[in-house]
Design a protein around this ligand. Structure first.
Ligand code: COA
Length: 170
């Protein structure tokens, strides 16, 4: 049965972007896995197969505890995703982490990303967390996250890539 948590279980925006838990929309997994692979995996895990990506996010199909993945839909079609995970940055004791954040290029710049971030932040808050973390490889994207209250707290090297670690008070 679906649980309402502060009204953020399912969200329909004024632009007809719907955010839902992947657990409740398992049919979206193949499309989201492809969006993830082309938008993020291609750059940071080029050897990963689509089957491995699907397997990873199948493990995120939860509505309690972590990890959880949230999916964005436009007219019923999956167009983006993000996740909350207990751990993400190797060696860090910080928790939880926002990640796997990607929007289909055909649907960028229409606020889908903003809705996904806000949904994930609300979910983390409703789980009782006061802080949320992320790391970003992209050099300019911290400016985008700053719009939502994120602040840079460290610079790390992750898998040989320079990464910015950010924190949000939620
Ligand atoms: C980042 C991403 C998820 C945002 O999705 P979106 O639905 O386009 O986001 P929104 O519509 O809420 O916001 C769009 C704004 O983000 C800005 N933005 C997107 N990527 C950016 C980047 N790498 N650096 C700086 N700004 C960026 C856009 O320029 C746009 O700015 P504007 O509002 O001034 O026009 C999407 O661009 C994406 O999938 N990027 C590739 C994957 C990625 O980098 N993920 C983040 C990993 S940390």
């Amino acid at each position: 049965m679906r649980r309402q948590e502060g009204g953020c279980e399912r969200q329909l925006s004024q632009h007809n972007v719907e955010i839902d838990l992947l657990k409740y929309r398992p049919e979206a997994l193949p499309v989201l896995a492809r969006i993830w692979q082309e938008g993020l995996g291609r750059l940071w895990q080029p050897g990963i197969t689509i089957e491995e990506v699907e397997e990873r996010f199948r493990g995120h199909m939860k509505d309690e505890g972590l990890p959880q993945t949230f999916a964005a839909f436009v007219q019923g079609q999956p167009v983006g995703m993000c996740s909350l995970r207990a751990t993400d940055l190797p060696g860090s004791s910080l928790t939880p982490w926002f990640g796997a954040f990607v929007v289909d290029p055909a649907h960028k710049n229409r606020g889908v990303g903003r809705l996904l971030i806000q949904f994930a932040q609300a979910r983390a808050k409703n789980m009782g967390f006061e802080r949320l973390y992320l790391f970003a490889f992209d050099r300019t994207i911290p400016i985008y996250y700053e719009r939502f209250g994120w602040k840079t707290i460290a610079f790390e090297s992750v898998q040989g890539h320079a990464a910015t670690v950010m924190e949000a008070l939620i």
